[in-house]
Structures are given as structure tokens and as C-alpha cells.
Design a protein around this ligand. Structure first.
Ligand code: RFL
Ligand code: PHB
Length: 393
């Protein structure tokens, strides 16, 4: 065992939650160390979110990590809901005077990792067998293996930012008893390709063959998804088969034409809603996917990770700067209040846009009526818009 290291906040997980938290603490002079299980190349290669709420954009600006995003990100003033080919645009900007930013999670991860390197924030890759100790005492510590050598990190607080399959929630006492879950009977098959997007805005389409989404990463890189069975194998989906299906579900007209190209990445992700309502115990605090999952339909996962760590950083700053413990005590309640609203929005967008197995005619009529109401009501569109751009925090 190497001599113990010491920091104020030990952050487990170098995804968006952990990296963003490190920056929020660093600008306030609070020390932290990030322990990440994977290599840098692996973490940068994961293709995930693409839509940033205004609050997430502002957080990146606040910590001074927005130069590339402000230069390369695309401001979107609206998006479309399509049902059996009939399109309804939700004009976000006109309705709530706010846009969203299309800028990939991969790029944010690169920007935040670069900022850690520039600012001297220790980010330790390939930290294996991370284990949490004594977090119900005033002297917690974390052990891990780096390059085959056992290490010990003493700290004041442990931030569990290690995603849905990490060690922190698994170590949280009683977490399972506080979990609320809904599993959806389908997944999303995603394809990334260097071709121009079919439209300048996102299109969420409800089609009789299932849901499809036309998204993008830039003016030359498209990201598409189709609803599929969770038992499907990605090997059975050639690029051509995916493009054929997208053309059917999204329509292919002279106005909106899908440009085909070779896939850079293809994967299938299951959809679920999950909340672990126990987000803290003693000196251990969970944030991001470590404590909740949303179906991607509302584009909320990464954005919730950002608002969680905003609340956690706020509480830690009050603790260190003013000796005020109220923020840390109230962290779970404050975070859950926003989490459940994002869960509701993601669930309702999923209900509205997907074809469920065993759906009855009544269920389908409800989708149709819902969309017809949205189409004719500024109030309904405004409710969607304010959730999509992100509720304030
Ligand atoms: P992450 O990104 O999973 O990061 C957790 C990190 O912890 C590491 N780790 C460990 N490190 C040390 N020791 C251990 N024992 C560890 N176990 C795990 C992992 O290697 C990893 O680096 O969680 P975080 O930071 O909470 O961020 C959450 C977001 O990544 C996630 O919510 C979003 O990607 C969800 N999501 C979307 N969110 C949006 O806001 N907008 C979107 O448009 C959007 N689209 C999506 C999505 C997720 C998708 N998939 C693949 C589920 C689209 C898809 C297809
Ligand atoms: C994406 O571009 O990956 C994306 C966009 C919007 C969503 C989900 C995913 O709702």
C-alpha cells in the first residue's frame, strides 16, 4: 500500500457528473480527486447525449469550460413531434424565450477532461476495485488499485458519480428499499454517421412501425434512433436495414431527405425510469445516473446529472465556506424535487411517441387526442417547451 493521499472531496466516476462537480468545486478553491475506472480513450468514445438544457450550458460557462461549445454547438429554437407523418413544431424560443444547445456529451467530456488537466485537478484513470469506507463517520476513505498497487485516499466527503452500474449506489445502505422503477418493453437502436442531418431541428416521430428520432451532432454529423425490441441483436441490423427503417418511420420527401452513410457507431440501449430516493448517507452523496435513470425521450439524463452536481456543489461550498450544513442535510430533497419532474416529462414523452406491445385502440386514440390537444393549445405547447428547455434551478 502506497502512503495515503488526502483530499476534501473524493469523486468516484469521471463522467459528466463527476467532471462537472470537480470544476464547480475547483473554482471555489475546494480540493478533489476523481477516480475513474476506465481509460480516457474509452470514456471519450461513448456516444450518448446530444441536447443540453440552458441550465447545463450556463454551468459550463460558469466554470469557464464553454469555449468550444459556444463556437461549435448548435442553438435549436424548436423541435418537432410527428405522428403518422403529421408534424407539430414546438417553437421553444417563441414560447419560453429559451433555446437548447445541440452539443455532444462526448465533446463535453473532452472539454471537461482537458480543463482538469489544465487546472491540475487529479483525474486518475483505470482506478480499479474502488471501495468506500467509513462514510458514516467524520473520516471516510476510499481504497483502489492503480497499476497493480493498492492505494488509499482519505477525504471529508465521497461524491458517488459513477453511473448506473457503479459501486457507490451498491454500497449505499438500504438503497434497494428506496428504489422506484419502471421498465419499458422496448429499447432504442442508435446510429451515428457523418452525413448532413435530415432537418435543421430534431424530429420525434410516432409511426405504426415504432418510434424514430432524427437528431444530430453538427451540420455534418447525424444521430438517429429507432424503437426496437430489447431482444434484438445489433449484428442483425446492417446499416442499410437501419436506413430503410428510418426512411419509413421519418418519411423521405424532397423537403426532408435522409442522407445515408456508413455508421460510425451502432448500439442498442434499453429504456427505463429509475429513482433511488436515498441519495445520501453520512458523508456519501450520489449524483447523476448513480441515483436515477430516465428514458432518453426527454433528453434529460445528462442535464439531470448537471443539476444534481450543481445542488451538491452549492451545499459543499456552504459547508466549507460558512460552516453551514443545511445544504448537505437537504441535498436529497432539493435534488429529488427536480428529478421527479424530469422523470415525469421523460415518461410522458415516451408514452406519447412510442408504440407499446399490446397497445389497444383506446391507447392509440389517447396518443392521437393528446397530440391533437398539443397541436391546438399554446398552453400545452408551453408546458412541453418549459420542460424541454429545462426547469430552473
Ligand atoms: P456516466 O456518464 O455513466 O459516468 C459514470 C462514470 O463512472 C465510471 N465508473 C466508475 N469509476 C470508478 N469506479 C467504479 N466502480 C465505477 N463505475 C463506473 C464510468 O466509467 C463512467 O465514466 O454517468 P453520469 O456522469 O451520471 O452522466 C449521466 C449521463 O451520461 C446520462 O444520463 C446521459 O448519457 C443520458 N442520455 C441523454 N441525456 C441527456 O441529457 N440528453 C440526451 O440527449 C441523452 N441521450 C442518453 C442519451 C443516454 C443514452 N444511453 C446510451 C443510455 C442517449 C442514449 C442512447
Ligand atoms: C441524441 O442526439 O442523442 C438525443 C437527442 C434527443 C433525445 C435523445 C437523444 O431526446
Amino acid at each position: 500500500m502506497e502512503a495515503p493521499q488526502r483530499t476534501q472531496v473524493a469523486i468516484i466516476g469521471g463522467g459528466v457528473a463527476g467532471l462537472m462537480l470537480s470544476q464547480l468545486l475547483h473554482v471555489e478553491g475546494i480540493d478533489c480527486v476523481i477516480l475513474e475506472r476506465q481509460t480516457r480513450v474509452y470514456t471519450e468514445g461513448r456516444i450518448r447525449a446530444g441536447v443540453l438544457e440552458y441550465g447545463t450550458v450556463n454551468l459550463l460557462r460558469r466554470v469557464g469550460v464553454s469555449e468550444r461549445m459556444d463556437r461549435l454547438g448548435l442553438r435549436h429554437e424548436g423541435f418537432a413531434l410527428m405522428d403518422d407523418g403529421e408534424k407539430t413544431r414546438i417553437p421553444l424560443h417563441d414560447l419560453v424565450n429559451t433555446d437548447v444547445m445541440v452539443y455532444g456529451q462526448t465533446e463535453i467530456t473532452i472539454d471537461l477532461m482537458d480543463a482538469c488537466a489544465e487546472r491540475g485537478i487529479p483525474l486518475i484513470f483505470e482506478a480499479k476495485e474502488v471501495a468506500l469506507h467509513d462514510f458514516d463517520s467524520a473520516a471516510p476513505y476510499v481504497t483502489y488499485i492503480k497499476d497493480g498497487v493498492p492505494q488509499r485516499l482519505d477525504c471529508d466527503v465521497i461524491a458517488g458519480c459513477d453511473g448506473a452500474h457503479g459501486v457507490c449506489r451498491a454500497t449505499m445502505p438500504d438503497a434497494a428499499a428506496h428504489a422506484v422503477e419502471k421498465v419499458y418493453p422496448f429499447g432504442w437502436l442508435g446510429i451515428l454517421s457523418d452525413v448532413p442531418p435530415m432537418d435543421h431541428e430534431l424530429i420525434y416521430s410516432n409511426h405504426e412501425r415504432g418510434f424514430a428520432l432524427a437528431s444530430q451532432r453538427s451540420l455534418t454529423r447525424s444521430r438517429y434512433y429507432i424503437q426496437c425490441d430489447v431482444t434484438e441483436k445489433i449484428e442483425d441490423w446492417s446499416d442499410e436495414r437501419i436506413w430503410d427503417e428510418l426512411e419509413i418511420r421519418l418519411g423521405d420527401t424532397t423537403e426532408h431527405r435522409i442522407t445515408r452513410g456508413p455508421s460510425l457507431e451502432k448500439s442498442i440501449a434499453p429504456l427505463r425510469s429509475y429513482v433511488c430516493e436515498k441519495m445520501q448517507h453520512g458523508r456519501l452523496f450520489l449524483a447523476g445516473d448513480a441515483s436515477h435513470i430516465v428514458p432518453p425521450t426527454g433528453a434529460k439524463g445528462l442535464n439531470l446529472a448537471a443539476s444534481d452536481v450543481y445542488y451538491l456543489a452549492d451545499a459543499l461550498i456552504a459547508h466549507y465556506k460558512q460552516g453551514n450544513e443545511a445544504g448537505l442535510k437537504g441535498y436529497t430533497d432539493r435534488a429529488l424535487n427536480r428529478i421527479w419532474k424530469a422523470e415525469r416529462f421523460s415518461w410522458s414523452m415516451t408514452q406519447l411517441t412510442h408504440r407499446f406491445p399490446n397497445m389497444t385502440l383506446f391507447d392509440r386514440k389517447m396518443q392521437k387526442a393528446d397530440l391533437s390537444y398539443i397541436r391546438g393549445s399554446v398552453a400545452a405547447q408551453t408546458a412541453i417547451a418549459e420542460n424541454y428547455v429545462g426547469l430552473p434551478y
